[in-house]
Design a protein around this ligand. Structure first.
Ligand code: HEM
Length: 534
């Protein structure tokens, strides 16, 4: 037998794999079962008896098979693979071993998803795609929970429930299932101009990828890399597909959604099965801390990109997906990504969208995955050793040894202690200011980058965007919503607004009196004095 060249994660999973082929049936207690086709009855035709423990166990387990689907990103497809950095050039910028050690292959699990549809919805709908990567590093799990678009709909996560309530099927009749063509979404969009830049991406062909293997990924937020000496550098993460970025056209997308709702997940599965392993290059945009305020937008605003002309993307490594999961539920459904899964050498920024996500993911997973021990589920388990004082809880599988589950203690004989040398330390950042509920004035420009996006499009790309706006807005029924969206588009580009307005039969707007770029959104209070009712 040759050596085992599989990843450490793959070998860890061996301990959980169950091969039931050519075996005899048992109950959950391991008791051999003689007959699983007939329940135990009183008499040949007679009522089924409560005594039938095999019947009760089989039915009970079945009755409890479903868990809640994710509150967003419910439909997804996943795969295992690895990440390797090209060289050691990031050693000066980060303590993160998986980024700085040449030749080190870190196992990963990646889950791609749509956002709005339910678990059984179609793949090729117009939507954002999730691009979530779990790196099983030797310093613990690092999750890069991104999307296939570099910006987001909202600037502050306190708006996320509002936004998702508007995007999801409407509450009275649960329609529409998997389309962005409905009143509540467009109502939210017209009332929240901060959505404008993202909506340009969503109306572009980026929202109907040809294949999960052919789309870009973005960490969206500005993060930090932190060096050995504590120096930090702002960073944006980019994934670039080796196959290039390709989209469907809308007519194809709609037909495929009917003919093969599994189109994207099937394509990913089959490519991996036949050895055409999808690959992405990781690129970083790096901004020294002292340059934080040298842009005409705020680095902490997730509705903005850093234009690549200003900060080029530096290629640093590659991601390869080479193995399909063994079991969809066990792995793809139970995987739990969380922005707060972060390793020494990487840190957060104060982006208010990022900050709220740090709360939301663990909170939702506590209910979705049934309590605090879901990090012990095989797909979620780090390859790094886990040693701590967490105890008990539903579905506890660890058999901790010893008397002491607290720190410090003098009875435990070696209970885990913090390690100041290797441990995660939060980047030291000086914070000044009032405790106040507001949006920074530096977040107020909702249109300049939407215009930048529009201006960067070719003629046919513009045609597709106009057609998408017409198609989606054309279905809106509540009066005034279409006009509101067209007003926002007029701040992006007059020609765009006129073309959309003409296509849906509303009055074309006049030229914007003054460009609104940089002006405050009416929906937001920009006062730095605390207002009533906070
Ligand atoms: C799920 C991305 C903003 C809450 C996800 C997933 C992705 C993602 C990729 C699916 C993960 C998977 O495959 O399991 C993003 C990006 C955001 C963003 C890129 C903005 C830049 C937010 C915000 C919140 C939020 C602001 C809430 C404050 C959630 C929740 C889930 C989720 C609750 C379900 C997680 C689970 O059940 O495991 N997000 N998201 N997201 N996201 Fe976000």
């Amino acid at each position: 037998m040759g050596g085992d060249d599989r990843s450490e994660k793959d070998r860890q999973l061996d301990g959980y794999r169950v091969d039931e082929r050519d075996s005899f049936l048992t109950t959950d207690q391991g008791i051999p079962v003689a007959d699983t086709d007939n329940s135990l009855k009183a008499g040949e035709r007679g009522p089924t008896l409560l005594e039938d423990f095999h019947f009760r166990e089989k039915i009970t387990h079945f009755d409890h098979e479903r868990i809640p689907e994710r509150v967003v990103h419910a439909r997804g497809a996943g795969a295992y693979g690895y990440f390797e950095p090209y060289d050691g050039s990031l050693a000066a910028l980060t303590r993160a071993e998986f980024l700085r050690t040449p030749g080190l292959r870190t196992p990963v699990f990646v889950r791609f998803s749509t956002v709005a549809g339910s678990r059984g919805s179609a793949d090729t709908v117009r939507d954002v795609r999730g691009f979530a990567v779990k790196f099983y590093t030797r310093q613990g799990n690092f999750d890069l929970v991104g999307n296939n678009m570099p910006v987001f709909f909202i600037q502050d996560s306190i708006k996320f429930p509002d936004f998702v309530h508007a995007v999801k099927p409407e509450p009275h009749n649960e329609m529409p299932q998997a389309s962005s063509a409905h009143d509540t979404l467009w109502d939210f969009v017209q009332l929240q101009p901060e959505t404008t830049h993202m909506m340009m991406w969503v109306m572009s062909d980026r929202a109907i990828p040809r294949s999960l293997r052919m789309m870009q990924g973005f960490g969206v937020h500005t993060f930090r890399l932190v060096a050995e000496d504590g120096r930090a550098t702002f960073v944006k993460f980019h994934w670039k597909p080796a196959l290039g970025t390709h989209s469907l056209v809308w007519d194809e997308a709609q037909k495929i959604a009917g003919k093969d709702p599994d189109f994207n997940r099937r394509d990913l599965w089959e490519a991996i099965e036949r050895g055409a392993h999808p690959e992405w290059e990781l690129g970083l945009q790096l901004v020294p801390e002292e340059d934080e305020h040298s842009f005409d937008f705020d680095l902490l605003d997730s509705t903005k990109i850093i234009p690549e002309e200003q900060v080029p993307v530096r290629p640093v490594g590659r991601l390869v997906l080479d193995r399909n999961p063994d079991n969809f539920f066990a792995e793809t459904e139970q995987v739990a990504f969380h922005l707060a899964n972060i390793v020494p050498g990487i840190d957060f920024s104060d982006d208010p969208l990022l900050q709220g996500r740090l709360f939301s993911y663990l909170d939702t997973q506590l209910i979705r995955l049934g309590g605090p021990n879901f990090p012990q589920i095989p797909v979620n388990r780090p390859i790094a050793e886990v040693r701590n004082h967490q105890r008990d809880g539903y579905h506890q599988t660890r058999v901790n040894q010893g008397r002491a589950a607290y720190h410090p203690n003098s009875v435990g004989g070696g209970a885990p202690v913090p390690s100041p040398e290797d441990g995660f330390t939060h980047h030291r950042e000086r914070i000044d200011g009032y405790k106040i509920r507001m949006r920074s004035e530096s977040f107020a420009d909702h249109y300049s980058q939407a215009t930048l996006f529009w201006n960067s499009m070719t003629g046919w790309e513009r045609d597709h965007i106009v057609a998408a706006f017409r198609f989606e807005l054309g279905k809106v029924e509540v009066r005034g919503i279409q006009e509101g969206v067209v007003r926002n588009l007029n701040e992006v580009d007059h020609d765009l607004a006129v073309r959309v307005a003409e296509g849906i039969g509303v009055d074309a707007p006049g030229l914007p009196a003054t460009p609104n770029h940089g002006r405050s959104s009416p929906a937001l209070s920009m006062s730095d004095e605390p207002a009533d009712g906070i």
